[in-house]
Design a protein around this ligand. Sequence first.
Ligand code: PMV
Length: 384
Amino acid sequence: MNSEPRAVVLGEHCAMAQAQPNIALIKYWGKRDAALNLPVVGSISITLDALWTRTRVSFEPGLEQDRVSLNGRSDAAEAKRVSACLDLLRQRAGVNWRAAVDSRNNFPTAAGLASSASGFAALIHAGDSALGLNLDDAEKSVLARRCSGSAARSIFGGYVEWAHGKLADGTDSVASPLLEAAAWPLRVAVAITSTAAKEVGSSEGMRRTAQTSPFQSAWIDSQEADLNAARSAILARDFAALAAISEYSCLKMHALALAAQPGLLYWNGASVECMRRVRALRGQGVPVFFTVDAGPQVKAVCEPQAIEQVKSALREIPGVLDVVETGLGAGSRKLTEAEFVSRDAPTSSGGSDADRSGIDSASPVAGHSASPAPTLTRHRGEAE
Ligand code: PMV
């Protein structure tokens, strides 16, 4: 499959943007309004640098319908989500022009690496520029949230908090930066333990959890304290405190979901072994902690000097297919056409495994065929 971006003659209402996935340390799980993607709890995340989505949006008044290419392919269900997101931008601009969208990831889409967060943040950023809306970051965050909850956080770089907000229209459920990436440049080793699409997408998982898990109200009631603890740990650059609160939030989210009916079991055996290994390393004094989202990949967050040891330890675990290294990066931003078509990440730290191993839309995770699934896919046909 050739998913290289085509060189095109750029129209007047065309722009390109890049955004990176984020990983929640204090987890979002549960919606107070499913249509507006309003969360029942606030969350705190880190934005990554080596993994990215790049998107070109070109509004063309002559087009009869949106044309959506995700990693070089078209997919009706994903195109529908993209069109719904473009509708929000069209509404703001007061136009009804259809658009051509060309989007690609440099990481496998269905591998549980938050491709919907980077995908929709990049789409909103590019669409905003293409229409000349000049929305500020908070407004972009609100629109990105409506397309995919966690995308609200990928508008910003470094350490980011997304407020659950109180207003019914969701205008106060917006992300904002807590600390710049460069102020505390932690590293992340992502242990890929499966490249299969997950069985239950996060939207369905959240719905089922809210309806059936007996722990839902305890989850909501205890979140504020977790947010306070994580915020303080980040502002004080207190690794041990951030490690403790992040693992707590992760395990609590999974305990909540495990207690749904039927229970949501996102881990495989290798995921559990990775978590155990990370804990053992920390017991030996290595500054590292884990976090796991609604999928089987384990993200090990560590101080920079520990990254090689953490990667080697994770690589030894049976069932770990690959380990991708990334640092923390910037928020969404506009790209030039040259940056959009280039194969290199313009703001990558330059030394990541993702760069070195050539994980991009044309190159597979080691030992596996590249996921041909569209950029924004997490669970086919389901709004995440
Ligand atoms: O925004 P969604 O629908 O992709 O849900 C994200 C849910 C988690 O990744 C498990 C937690 C989080 O805060 O990102």
